[in-house]
Design a protein. Structure first.
Length: 246
């Protein structure tokens, strides 16, 4: 199975290409700063990996991308690139839950245990976290608690033994205390492209791949900024409150 995977939902840009499967599979990968650099560097780096592997886009079985939650701009970039490449090569697209990829990255760091309960966390900015919980058993991940957008203090890890994500440096001291019977072991983890590749077989077997025009990012926060009118209204209300007699 030939799979191209990439994620730009965080401040890291992660790309990986897998050719073959099992013990004979070959892997090419690239990890670099993302953010504002992503839109300029993602496609050239993908092309570089494909050239290194001497594989054409039409030889891919699917294009895998981190669908979210995550950075609004990063999700749009990854989705649009996945759609464009898939249209041109006539291959399906596999959108993958970025928080699930965080859980899988943590599982590999912990030695790939056969059973694991993880609460995955990503920095949502604006003093909030994206959170979801998953359980791994018999080679399969299942969701135990779906997406939420919360303050660090509101974290309830759903009994998870492991907290995984990129939030500990910024919010570690503020995370909620209900962190599981095993003490809430903290594992720095990201939705890496390699984690996406490890998740892909289960998701492809479940029929999660879609035509390019049906691939969509997953937005948890519907609104990330105030409009000009809203900012003006707030300024007027503040000015009025300052002028109001006591």
């Amino acid at each position: 199975m030939n799979l191209l995977a990439f994620d730009t939902s965080t401040e890291r840009m992660s790309i990986a290409l897998q050719c073959g499967s099992g013990d004979t599979a070959m892997l090419w990968q690239h990890d670099a700063p993302g953010g504002a650099l992503t839109s300029a560097h993602l496609i050239p780096e993908i092309q570089r990996l494909m050239a290194q592997a001497n594989v054409g886009f039409d030889a891919l079985d699917a294009i895998v991308f981190g669908a979210g939650p995550g950075s609004f701009t990063g999700l749009r970039t990854a989705c649009s690139v996945a759609q464009g490449l898939a249209f041109g090569a006539s291959v399906p697209v596999l959108p993958v839950d970025t928080l699930l990829a965080v859980a899988e990255d943590a599982r590999q760091q912990l030695g790939a245990p056969a059973c694991l309960h993880v609460t995955a966390l990503l920095d949502a900015r604006m003093d909030e976290l994206y959170a979801a919980s998953y359980y791994f058993e018999s080679g399969v991940w299942t969701v135990t608690k779906g997406y939420s957008l919360i303050s660090p203090e509101a974290l309830d890890a759903d009994g998870s033994a492991v907290l995984a994500g990129n939030v500990f440096a910024a919010y570690g001291a503020r995370l909620g205390v209900r962190i599981g019977s095993a003490g809430g072991q903290r594992v720095p983890a990201l939705p890496t492209a390699v984690a996406l590749l490890r998740l892909a077989p289960q998701l492809l077997a479940a029929g999660a791949a879609v035509p390019a025009d049906q691939a969509l990012p997953t937005y948890i926060r519907d609104k990330v900024a105030q409009t000009t009118l809203e900012r003006a209204a707030i300024k007027l209300a503040l000015a009025a409150s300052l002028k109001a007699p006591e």
